[in-house]
Design a protein around this ligand. Structure first.
Ligand code: PEP
Ligand code: MG
Length: 908
């Protein structure tokens, strides 16, 4: 059988239906469905998304030939229903031609309205409607839209304005009027003539007057718009494949601009910003669709309550509101009643919040579109939970309705939406740590801390950050770096702090000397305001006010519902009691990674830490470690207390050593004095610690194995803190984790130190604390030999940052130099440091879990790399049977939701 390419709808009948959105696009499928459930829709037809692919394979002529019979037959069907004729002078049928992809791509593709008009038909329309102004206004809009979309009438130079707008401006100027609607019929006629002349001049073509020629031009232009730059960009951002194609919807025009009994509007079955269950929207009497969004006239509210709220915000009195801006409920009560009934019908039918477009033509209501409405994170949660309570959807549907990453909006401050619209975008980097931050630029961590103390909000702008910047990062509202990927120092630390960060913004040129940053020709100096959005990576000039995040009761309830379904537990990566507290508040059931090197950053501790690293020999190191012990113990005590009753997985020291030592003369002098040695000695030690590949150098368990006294001190600090707490009545659950092992013996040697130290300590303390010793699996060799390792290690935690680094051979710190090109060229689909590479790194994880459990069936396995909070990666972790994921505090709710969805998806 010949492939069906055209699906008709109208008068309560349709060849398509809602579940055919892949073939008919979202709009086409819903137009069909609306017909089937009795919602009035102007008749028309949909050309399928498959034809779009044929169009790009076979070309224009071939596809027009394939469609010709079906399209002409379908137009005849529409003519019969509308009792008018396409191209007829006395009783013309006009149509709209619109795109409609499988996924909504608002505003990305082209639309043509009022198609079918020409110099004769316009006169007929004027006579038929007895409204020449309407007829000529429709005609000039059509010539303008068609000229732009189909005939490619764009500005010649990029500085020029739209050629049609330029003509409108000239005509208005000559007449001495300001607004389009001050133009009369003769002016509109002049516009049409001049528009056509401009088309002829610029394109060399006559404006087509044959209705069918216009139609084919428009259909092909809509297909072409699938490949326009903005559509391609949008698809890239949203991950929509080019093969999906767009459908084309051709539909009888209905007019909202035929006088005072006509209107047009947009409405939502619930509030898309807050989620409140309140029908709302905007409309305009005697207007066409684009007038509602064009901002020339102030649209009015649909409901009375919406109108009253709007007037209050605008400072408009009730009397003025009723006189000038009455709601549709008040101005057209009967139509309003029908609209309200139909919107309820649509929401009940689709079981989701609807975003609808309608037109009233001379007292008759028509729906032009319905779709599931886009919404904020807050609205997403509220709508899902309220629909669940209202019995409209079940628990699983409520959970699947919520997009894990969107929960983020509920947790961090956000930019004020209106202000954002006015802000200037400077550049875009990696969305390293979500949230919105705005403050004065500082370039140095000390300045950040100082300015903060003096009451300024600051954004720390750096080429890259290092552990020495931590206090400054803490003091800053947000961090912007020129270099570094999603697991760079700045990104990991910022996420841990729940602090907004944009990293790897390659277009920014930081000049520390002049204390300026140049971005795309704009030079900003220290103290200037800058705003950054860590959720999407945008960097803005100036100050954009933020709004604090609000957590609602629905959100907590959603989280409880997640726990009812999820198998995977969610822990957190936390190095401070504050982090641990935040994460526990978000429902973390333990700490999956406490990076102990992050605990040494305040002034006193860093000196002792440096002393330890720079020490000449074991004696010197032990002396420094004795100083560090009480600090560590005190910190662990606080963390264990915060996580009382829950497991806390503490990782032994894993720092690239050179990052911790002073590289400047002043710092070296200070250390020389503190240690009673010469500056020369310090300098030489610092130099000797420099490595060509620090990420592959003297770090992880290599440090503990070369300097076992460090492991000994840390074990004493961890278990000593636990002993003290136990005596105070707390219930600590310590786990000690050995990082970066590749061979079993690396683990065994460390385990021996830990267990011997523990035995001694417990004897001294007179208490015994049950604890586990496990390891990170972050070197490919460890994954390959996981069965051997599990014969000793009591648990595994996959360090997917390093495992990704070493599996791909991409340096975590340097990936920003080539990643953008790799993504651009589609060599990589996503940043593997953000989204777990399931085929490669994932295979190592799956294999290591299986091998480990083959010798130790009860082996607990978790993940603590940055992927632990990324929804797709979390779902993968569920699939391969991990016990938990661990992520930064602000990602805990996201992981909880993804974990629940993983279970539900299994049963779909
Ligand atoms: C990892 O490598 O995934 C990990 C969690 O450790 P770090 O990021 O501290 O190297
Ligand atoms: Mg690691």
């Amino acid at each position: 059988m010949e492939k069906k390419r055209v699906y008709t709808f109208g008068n309560g009948q349709a060849e398509g239906k809602a579940d055919m959105r892949n073939l008919l696009g979202g709009k086409g499928a819903n137009l069909a469905e609306m017909n089937l459930i009795g919602v009035p829709v102007p008749p028309g037809f949909t050309i399928t998304t498959e034809v779009c692919n044929e169009y790009f394979e076979k070309g224009k002529e071939a596809v027009v030939a394939l469609l010709k019979d079906d399209v002409e037959k379908s137009i005849k069907g529409v003519e019969a229903l509308m009792k008018s004729k396409f191209g007829d002078v006395e009783n013309p049928l006009l149509v709209s031609v619109r795109s409609g992809a499988r996924a909504s791509m608002p505003g990305m593709m082209d639309t043509i309205l009022n198609l079918g008009l020409n110099d004769e038909v316009v006169e007929g329309l004027a006579r038929k409607t007895n409204n020449p102004r309407f007829a000529w206004d429709s005609y000039r809009r059509f010539v303008q839209m068609y000229g732009d979309v189909v005939l490619g009438m764009k500005p010649v130079n990029k500085e020029d304005i739209d050629p049609f707008e330029a003509i409108i401006e000239e005509v208005k100027k000559a007449k001495g009027v300001r607004l389009d609607n001050e133009l009369d019929v003769d002016d509109l006629k002049t516009l049409v003539v001049r528009f056509k002349e401009a088309v002829k001049k610029q394109t060399g073509q006559e404006f087509p007057s044959c209705a069918y020629e216009q139609l084919w031009g428009a259909i092909c232009a809509v297909f072409d718009s699938w490949m326009n730059e903005r559509a391609i960009l949008y698809r890239k951002m949203e991950g929509i494949p080019a093969e999906w194609g767009t459908a084309v919807n051709v539909q009888a025009m209905v007019f909202g601009n035929m006088g005072e009994t006509s209107a047009t509007g947009v409405c939502f079955s619930r509030d898309a910003a807050t989620g409140e269950d309140l029908f709302n929207g905007e409309y305009l009497i005697n207007a066409q669709g684009e007038d509602v969004v064009a901002g020339i006239r102030t649209p009015q509210q649909i409901t009375k309550i919406g109108s009253q709220r709007w007037a209050e915000l605008q400072g408009i009195s009730e009397a003025e509101r009723v006189a000038k801006y009455p709601s549709m409920e008040e101005a057209m009560p009967e139509i309003y009643k029908e609209l309200d009934e139909l919107q309820t019908k649509l929401e009940n039918h689709y079981h989701d919040m609807q975003d609808m477009e309608f037109t009233v033509q001379e007292g008759k209501l028509w729906f032009l579109q319905t779709r599931n409405g886009k919404r904020t994170g807050a609205a997403m949660v509220r709508i899902a939970m309220e629909m669940l309570h209202q019995g409209m959807i079940d628990e699983k549907t409520a959970l699947m309705r919520c997009e894990p990453n969107k929960l983020d909006e509920l947790l961090h401050p956000v930019f004020d939406k209106e202000e954002l619209g006015r802000a200037r975008v400077l550049t875009r980097g990696l969305p390293a740590s979500p949230g919105a931050a705005c403050g004065r630029i500082v370039f140095f961590a000390e300045d950040a801390a100082e300015w903060h103390t003096n009451g300024h909000r600051v954004v720390l702008v750096r080429i890259e950050t290092s552990p020495e910047d931590l206090a400054g990062m803490q003091a800053a509202e947000g961090i912007l770096t020129a270099r570094g990927g999603m697991t760079s120092h700045a990104a990991v630390v910022a996420r841990g702090m729940g602090k907004c960060c944009v990293s790897g913004a390659g277009a920014i040129n930081v000049d520390y000397k002049t204390r300026t940053v140049e971005i795309d020709g704009v030079v900003l100096k220290e103290g200037d305001y800058i705003s950054i959005n860590g959720t999407n990576g945008y960097v803005y000039a100036g100050e954009i006010p933020t709004q604090p995040a609000k957590l609602s009761g629905n959100f907590a309830e959603l989280m409880e519902l997640c726990d009812k379904y999820a198998r995977l537990k969610v822990r957190t990566n936390a190095d401070t009691p504050r982090n641990a507290q935040d994460a526990r508040g978000f429902g973390a059931v333990g700490i999956g990674l406490c990076r102990t090197e992050h605990m040494f950053f305040d002034d006193e501790k860093i000196v002792a830490m440096r002393e330890m690293i720079l020490a000449k020999d074991v004696e010197g190191r032990k002396k420094a470690l004795d100083k560090l012990l009480p600090y560590q113990k005190a910190d662990f005590k606080e963390i264990f207390k915060t996580m009382d009753g829950l497991p806390v997985n503490v990782r032994l020291l894993d720092p690239p050593l050179h990052e911790f030592v002073p590289h400047d003369l002043k710092g070296q002098e200070e250390m020389a004095q503190a240690m009673g040695v010469t500056v020369d000695y310090i300098r030489q030690r610092v130099e000797s610690l420099c490595e060509h590949n620090p990420m592959l150098g003297h770090r992880g368990c290599r440090l503990g194995n070369t300097y076992p006294e460090i492991t000994e001190m840390q074990t004493r600090a961890i278990l000593g803190a636990a002993c003290e707490l136990k005596k105070e009545g707390y219930d600590p659950h310590p786990e000690i984790m050995v990082p970066l092992i590749g061979i079993l013996y690396e683990f065994e040697a460390q385990e021996k130190v830990i267990r011997e130290t523990a035995a001694k300590l417990f004897k001294e303390e007179g208490v015994e604390i049950p604890f586990k010793v496990g390891t990170m699996i972050e070197v490919p060799r460890a994954a390959l030999t996981a069965d051997r390792i599990a014969s000793h290690a009591e648990y595994f935690s996959f360090g997917t940052n390093d495992l990704t680094q070493m599996t791909f051979g991409y340096s975590r710190d340097d990936i920003a130099s080539f990643l953008p090109v790799y993504l651009e060229k589609k060599i990589l689909k996503v940043d593997p440091f953000q989204v777990l590479d399931q085929n490669g790194v994932g295979q190592l994880i799956e294999m290591a879990v299986a091998k480990g459990r083959s010798v130790r069936p009860e082996l607990k396995c978790g993940i603590c790399g940055e992927h632990g909070g990324e929804p797709m990666s979390v779902k993968f972790c569920h699939k391969v049977g991990l016990d938990y994921v661990s992520c930064s505090p602000f990602r805990v709710p996201i992981a909880r939701l993804a974990a629940a969805q993983a279970v539900i998806e299994e049963s779909l």
